[in-house]
Design a protein around this ligand. Structure first.
Ligand SMILES: CC/C=C\C=C\CC(=O)SCCNC(=O)CCNC(=O)[C@H](O)C(C)(C)COP(=O)(O)OP(=O)(O)OC[C@H]1O[C@@H](n2cnc3c(N)ncnc32)[C@H](O)[C@@H]1OP(=O)(O)O
Length: 303
């Protein structure tokens, strides 16, 4: 019933299916550059969907990414999310004609302060739209096939788990196009791979990262032989996450994200205050009771 529900399928669905997906249809329609589906119960798939332009990240897709993940953050039928790219490659990074158009907009002004105001607002909007993946309390798994360049690497670094297929390659390409990366790679890559010398090398040389190196350095946690097995593996992991208590999963993600930017003691305070409430949740009581009595895991209510 849940296999890859697209909007077209929804229109032809029997009432029983619609009952389960009404919530989905009412909030997830209207995306033009993303294909948003629910392939399994509680698991969403968000696909970058500009295959003819190699999923280059134009202004429209950038804004849709922010909106999509902010909506999924609030949806109680969403417990985990898989991010993929349609077509030949995952994404060719920033849309280059869009960048040129931005240059045109700047040229309408003579004064440096007016130009800076436009750039500051644009960069802030773009940064916030990618940070939506991190803000979203539902875990995001990025599944990368073929190329993941520049802005696309910024995007997946805001995900919680990264995996790729054996044809994948990654590139911090910004230096090669005359700019310093400004959408998160310089902040998130060091934390993701924990090797500052390697980070510096990759960001300063713009050389490509192949799957074996990506796995060895911790940029991805799994490499699959093919794109199909990659997507299947990502969905399977998302399903596993979705089977757990949403109270536990969402608070675990929040606490892990918080821990990256705070001291151990501040993090311990954070989880202590949260768990003063969450340890009273029925999820904890029911799951712990099932473990203690060797019963099957309970079903958890929506959150
Ligand atoms: C505000 C700043 C915020 C963020 C900044 C981020 C910085 C970056 O993202 S840096 C990286 C920028 N991206 C690139 O430099 C990649 C450019 N593309 C390529 O190098 C190649 O396309 C390729 C990925 C190696 C694939 O090559 P190939 O298989 O030969 O395909 P093509 O024929 O080149 O492309 C097919 C089709 O896609 C269009 N396209 C490809 N990349 C982009 C892009 N980045 N932006 C817009 N469009 C792109 C290309 O023009 C072709 O379109 P046609 O209409 O068929 O001509």
């Amino acid at each position: 019933m849940f296999s890859s529900i697209t909007l077209r399928q929804l229109k032809n669905s029997p009432i029983s299916t619609l009952k389960h997906t009404r919530n989905f249809a009412s909030t997830m329609e209207g995306f033009k550059e993303l294909n948003v589906t629910m392939p399994k119960p509680f698991v969403y798939k968000v696909e970058l969907n500009r295959p003819k332009k190699l999923n280059a990240l134009n202004r429209a897709i950038w804004f849709e990414i922010g909106k999509c993940f902010d909506i999924l953050a609030t949806k109680d039928d969403c417990r985990s999310i898989v991010l993929t790219g349609a077509g030949k490659i995952f994404s060719a990074g920033i849309d280059l004609p869009d960048m040129i158009a931005l240059g045109g907009k700047l040229a309408e002004h003579e004064d440096v302060a007016r130009k800076c105001k436009i750039l500051e607002q644009t960069l802030k909007d773009y940064q916030d739209h990618f940070t939506a993946l991190e803000r979203c309390p539902k875990p995001v798994i990025a599944a990368v096939h073929s190329a993941c360049i520049g802005g696309a690497l910024d995007l997946i670094l805001a995900a919680d788990i990264r995996m790729c297929s054996s044809d994948a390659w990654f590139q911090v390409k910004e230096a090669e196009i005359g700019m310093a990366a400004d959408m998160g790679t310089l902040q998130r890559l060091p934390r993701a791979i924990g090797n500052q010398s390697l980070v510096n090398e990759l960001c300063l040389t713009s050389r490509k990262i192949e799957p074996t190196e990506a796995k060895d350095c911790g940029l991805v946690s799994k490499v699959f032989d093919t794109r199909d097995s990659l997507v299947a593996g990502a969905l399977e992991m998302a399903e596993q996450i979705a089977s757990k208590s949403p109270v536990a999963v969402q608070l675990t993600k929040r606490t892990l994200v918080h821990a990256r930017n705070n001291s151990t003691q501040t993090g311990l305070d954070f989880i202590r205050y949260w768990n003063m409430a969450m340890l009273q949740s029925e999820d904890f009581i029911n799951a712990a009771m099932a473990q203690a009595t060797k019963s099957p895991p309970p079903a958890f209510a929506k959150l």
